[in-house]
Ligand binder design. Structure first.
Ligand code: ZN
Length: 264
């Protein structure tokens, strides 16, 4: 059976409180050998680390989500540094910029964007210090996100997770040494634009993820998503890439192990 990794899962969310053991077991049965639980706040990051200590095939990413920027401490760095020392922490994130829902007036919008940029910068700084890469969340903020990451290219790389942008933007991400990752959206009927981007992305420049509990692939669309469904995502991506599952497995796992150095 072809093996895959779920490089972006929110296993600390309450959605999994009732049956996380079964969720992890189903992932293993489906060939999803490793999973990364992603932090969205310090509390969530601590929970991700706890899960990584509990389950040998779960790893942690620690970070603060841009939509939660308003509640972030002024300086995130000291607490992040403490957590980053943990051997099961494989990346900083998710971090980045999200302009999808702005407060709504020119002054408040500017302040909100500034705060997001500050905590994004702090997280990239810690990533550089620890030799870790970043998991990037961006929504309606592609140019600003890329512009903020670019000066650090060479010191830190990002994976633009849940990538839904066009081919031209994918190329801009790769140009600065960063990567993209694709979710269950590739299986959606209305996901042709993402499939076009998948088709154009070199086999060694992307990873797979669920972003669970969100974005369950077809035939589970609308239900709670879980890491086992990387199987369905991988099948669609293999079709789009016109390559055998084994080849996709080898490429995406190698890319993930190289990007998340501590994943081995
Ligand atoms: Zn996420």
């Amino acid at each position: 059976m072809a093996t895959f990794y779920d490089t972006h899962a929110h296993l600390d969310y309450p959605d999994y409180a009732p049956d996380l053991n079964e969720v992890i077991a189903r992932a293993q049965t489906a060939g999803i050998a490793k999973m990364i639980s992603i932090g969205t706040s310090l509390e969530s990051s601590r929970r991700a680390i706890q899960l990584a200590e509990k389950f040998r095939n779960v790893y942690a990413a620690i970070g603060w989500h841009p939509t939660e920027a308003a509640s972030a401490p002024d300086d995130l760095r000291p607490a992040l540094r403490e957590l980053a020392k943990h051997p099961r922490v494989v990346a900083i994130g998710e971090t980045g910029l999200d302009y999808h829902r702005l407060p709504g007036s020119p002054e408040t919008d500017a302040g909100y964007k500034k705060r997001q940029a500050e905590i994004f910068q702090q997280q990239m700084e810690v990533a550089v210090e620890f030799g870790l890469n970043c998991i990037i969340h961006q929504r309606d903020a592609f140019d600003d996100t890329l512009a903020q990451l670019k000066p650090l290219a060479g010191k830190v790389r990002g994976v633009f997770h849940c990538f839904g942008e066009n081919i031209e933007r994918m190329k801009k991400v790769l140009e600065i040494g960063s990567l993209v990752s694709f979710t269950g959206i590739v299986t959606f009927k209305n996901g042709q634009n993402v499939r076009d981007t998948v088709a154009a992305t070199p086999l060694d420049k992307f990873m797979l993820e669920t972003d669970c509990p969100y974005l369950a692939p077809v035939p589970y669309r609308g239900k709670r998503c879980e890491p086992a469904y990387v199987k369905e995502i991988s099948e669609t991506v293999a079709q789009v890439k016109m390559c055998p599952l084994e080849e996709l497995s080898a490429a995406t796992c190698r890319t993930a192990e190289e990007f998340f150095g501590r994943l081995k």
